[in-house]
Every structure is written in C-alpha cells, then in structure tokens.
Design a protein around this ligand. Structure first.
Ligand SMILES: C[S@@+](CC[C@H](N)C(=O)[O-])C[C@H]1O[C@@H](n2cnc3c(N)ncnc32)[C@H](O)[C@@H]1O
Length: 489
C-alpha cells in the first residue's frame, strides 16, 4: 500500500487533465452497460500494459516482493479504463452506453497519462483511490467479513477478481487487520488506516479530484433522468405558475438573445414561455453539461418546430460564448451544481451592458421542514457525520442580492416567493433527493456501494410509510423560490 504522501496533487491533476476518472459509482454503472467488444478491448489493453510494465521500479518498490504485481497493474489499468470509458460515454452520448468508440477514447487518454507520468504512477494513483474506498467501507461498517471484503460485494462489486491484493497490501501497510472470531475472520480498519484515509481524502480534495468526481456524478445522474419535467410536476404544484413568474421577472423584449444556463430539458424556454416572450426573431440558447438532458430539449424543439433555439453542451463556469453576446443570461435551479461565483461572473461576461442576469433558486428550505427531516433522517444523519450541510450549496440563493451585487451587477432586485412541495409519491420524492439534488449525491458518494443501495431502499420504505400514514396537511411542505436579477453595467 503506497503511503499517500508521495502521491502529489500535480499527479492527480494530470490524471484529470488527461480526462481519466476512477469513480466507484461510474464503475458500478458501467459494468452493466459496456458492450462485449469494448470490454474485450479494455481487458486486452489493460493486460498488455501490465505485462509490459509490471517490473518497473516504482511498482516493485511499492509492492515489494508480492507475487501479484502484474495482476495489481492489470486491475488498476482496467478499472481506470472502464470508468473513463463510462465518463466518455456520458460526455459524448449523454448516457452510459460504452461502445467501442468510447472505449478507444479511454485507451487514448490512459496512454497519454502513461506516456507523461509512467505506468507505475498510474498504479500508485489507483491504489491510493481504491484503498481510500476500502478504508471508507471499513470505517462505515466497522468490520467486514473476510469473504465479503475479498469478493468486494459491499464496496467494489464490479471488481474483476477477488481483492486478495487489496487485503494483503492493506495489512502490510498497517491499515487493516484480521480478527478471528469463532469460525469467521473479519477485516477491521486500524487507527493508522483511518489516518491514511483522512490524508488521502484531503489530497484528493486539494487536487480537485473529489470536486471533479462529484461533477461527473451529478451529470451522469441528470443524463439518466428520463423525465425530470414529469417528476417536478408531481412534487411542485406551483411549478407552471412560477415558471410564468420567472419569465415575467426576466422582462424579455421581443427579438432578445437569451441564454438559459443549466437549461435541463429546456423547460423554462418552452413550457415556461421564455422563448415565446423573445418571439420568432429572438435567439435562444440552452446550455447544460448533461448531453442526455440536451437530447430531450432538442427533441422538444423539433416537436414544437422551434427553429430559433440551439442547445450547447458546456458548464456554467466556462461559458463557450463570446463576450456581450446575449441580452439576458438566466439560470433556474442550476447554480447549486456549479462554482456559483465563477458561474455568475461568466453570465455577466456574456451579457451586453444594459442586459440582465437572472438567477432563480427553487425548493429552498425543503430540508428544514419537519416532515422532510423525519422522512430523510438517515440521510441527514449521515450528512451530519460527514460534515455536509444540506443547505450548504444553496447559500448562493439565500444571499442572492449580495452575491449579484458583489459580482458587479447594478439595480439588483430580489424576491422570495412562497411555493409548495408535495410529499405524496415516495418514488418521485426519493428520486428528486437522491438523483436530482446537489446534496443527496454528495452524501451518498461518501458511503460504500452496498450501503448506498440500502440507504436508498430505506428512504423508499420510510417514504411509503410516511405517505400512507401522514395527515393530509403533512403532505404539503412550504418552501421558497428565490428570484434575483441585476443589470450588467
Ligand atoms: C435541477 S436541473 C434544472 C434544469 C432547468 N434549469 C429547469 O429549470 O428545469 C439542474 C440542471 O443543472 C445542470 N448542471 C449541473 N452542473 C452544471 C454546471 N456546472 N453548469 C451548468 N449546468 C449544470 C444539470 O445537468 C441539470 O440539467
């Protein structure tokens, strides 16, 4: 087990720059949707890289005289290739269907990294990340039956072979120990292992790796979200009226050039009437990092015959547009997923002087409601244990006037409007929290694979019980929609 110290943030940054990813969530999903030809290609590349490099001094220095260095190398390469191919599929297709093109792109990215940093460095990165995952699993469960640890059924079910090397290496590094009780042996984390976990996590955070992984997790979940509009309509009875309010708040003139940042399925442009307000001579652009969302938005445009709209893949923090190109830049329920300061600065950059920037926060205060707190108690407790504030990312909406003013906008105006959240459909509410909120995925990402599935199942059971037993008035929760606008000087 390599000590995390020698693994430098610059190495991790180069891993990210090459477009590589190692994400437990992605690995688990990719496993189900990777074509046979892609699987074969990735396995062959991983084997040939490991065969060519396993005697490198960095690898033998790290693994000592262990006999399995070649298989450690093969597993490391294959896990990175599989996750990165899944990330490529999300970037390009907006869904997790790894075809041979995505697989070939992952191979190209991995080869770039190996050319720049060496194969030994790749193995070091993978061991640091995966051992942090194993240590987090041990910290979560306290101990894991040896057979379960080796099969990875709780924390790495996608693993291609038993995790003997992980166990060996962890014991050799003093991060785990085996405890015999009766007929069974258990793997337990040690104090040294917990210290190493903290050190590795702070290293991963410093290099921007955790943030990049969370971004990808959000995008991948929005990609596979087949019917966001339908879900929203079942939990937000005021949705259509508030969409109309948002359009009025934007004060769009006919012929305006409008940018909807984090546009999702284009709901504000189409159903919300923003496109109509800009009229047939207006120019509409929707931007979102989730290709799956954009595909659904493009389908809507086609069905409606809207010719003056374009959908572009991109992120709020780096808008792919020239300065001063729009009359209005708007973001509805999207900035909590972005670095909001950077996003607002970018929105200001692309709007002409005298134009407007509008930011809307929806469903504010949901996690403070007693009914939601009761239903989602296991998730909220987990969040507290990991120091994650459910309202943390939504702070941008609580202080919208200050945020917009400090960013340099003038004539800043904010409105806080009441809205309702309906807690009547457990499947939809849990999906909204688990797949569609910034907070849910950030918390779930902290727990091992199996615990994640169990927690989601538990939230569903609690939700069904709540919906079956709560009084009618408890099914409606009061939340707020925050409106903010400012003029570009
Ligand atoms: C809750 S949905 C809101 C969609 C849409 N604005 C609406 O009103 O229905 C949030 C959207 O933000 C997008 N998103 C996530 N990260 C983003 C980022 N960094 N920049 C821009 N959009 C982002 C997601 O892909 C998703 O489509």
């Amino acid at each position: 087990m390599p000590p995390p110290g020698p693994l430098l943030p610059s190495t991790l940054r180069s891993f990210l720059r090459c477009g590589l990813m190692l994400d437990a969530w992605m690995a688990g999903l990719a496993e189900e949707s990777i074509s046979f030809a892609s699987q074969t290609l990735l396995a062959e590349v991983a084997s040939s890289l490991a065969d060519a490099h396993w005697r490198e001094p960095l690898i033998t220095g790290m693994l000592g005289p262990l006999p399995g260095a070649r298989s450690v190398g093969r597993r490391a390469a294959l896990e990175v290739l599989t996750c990165s191919a899944a990330a490529v599929a999300h970037e390009r297709l907006g869904r997790i269907a790894v075809d041979t093109e995505a697989a070939a792109e992952a191979v190209r990215r991995l080869s770039d990294f190996v050319d720049q940093q060496g194969f030994g460095t790749l193995v070091r990165v993978v061991l640091a990340i995966t051992s942090a995952g194993s240590q987090a699993a041990l910290a979560h469960y306290g101990e894991i039956l040896e057979e379960d640890f080796l099969s990875g059924c709780l924390h790495r079910p996608w693993s291609i072979s038993p995790l003997d090397d992980d166990l060996w290496l962890g014991i050799a590094a003093g991060h785990y120990r085996l405890q015999v009780r009766g007929a069974h042996r258990y793997v337990r984390g040690t104090a040294e292992g917990r210290r190493a976990l903290l050190e590795t996590r702070s290293l991963l955070a410093a290099a921007g790796y955790l943030a990049a992984r969370l971004d990808l997790t959000w995008v991948s979940h929005f990609n596979v979200r087949a019917d966001l509009d339908g879900d929203v309509s079942r939990v937000a009875p005021d949705g259509p009226a508030q969409r109309a309010d948002i359009t009025r708040f934007c004060r769009v003139a006919p012929g305006a050039a409008v940018l909807d940042v984090g546009c999702g399925q284009g709901t504000q442009l189409f159903e919300g009437g923003l496109g109509e307000a800009a009229g047939p001579t207006g120019r509409l652009v929707g931007l979102d990092p989730a290709e799956g969302m954009l595909a659904r938005a493009r389908r809507k445009a086609l069905l409606r015959g809207t010719g003056n709209v374009e959908f572009v893949c991109g992120r709020a923090e780096a808008l792919p547009f020239a300065d001063r190109r729009f009359d209005l830049a708007l973001a509805v329920g999207a900035l909590q997923f972005a670095r909001s300061g950077q996003a607002v600065a970018e929105m200001i950059r692309v709007v002409r002087p005298g134009g407007a920037v509008v930011v809307i926060g929806v469903g504010q205060g949901a996690f403070a409601a007693p009914a939601v707190q009761e239903w989602f108690r296991p998730l909220l407790e987990l969040a507290r244990r990991h120091g994650i504030d459910p309202a943390g990312r939504s702070q941008v909406y609580e202080h919208l006037g200050t945020v917009l003013g400090m960013a340099g906008l003038t004539d800043v105006q904010t409105v806080s409007a009441p809205a309702r959240l309906l807690l009547t459909d457990p499947e939809v509410v849990v999906r909204m929290v688990v797949q569609g909120s910034d907070f849910g995925l950030e918390v779930l990402e902290r727990v091992p694979w199996a615990a994640r599935q169990e927690l989601i199942a538990e939230l569903l059971v609690r939700g069904r019980l709540f919906c079956a037993t709560a009084r009618a008035d408890q099914h409606t929760v009061a939340v707020r929609t925050q409106f903010g606008r400012g003029a570009v000087p």
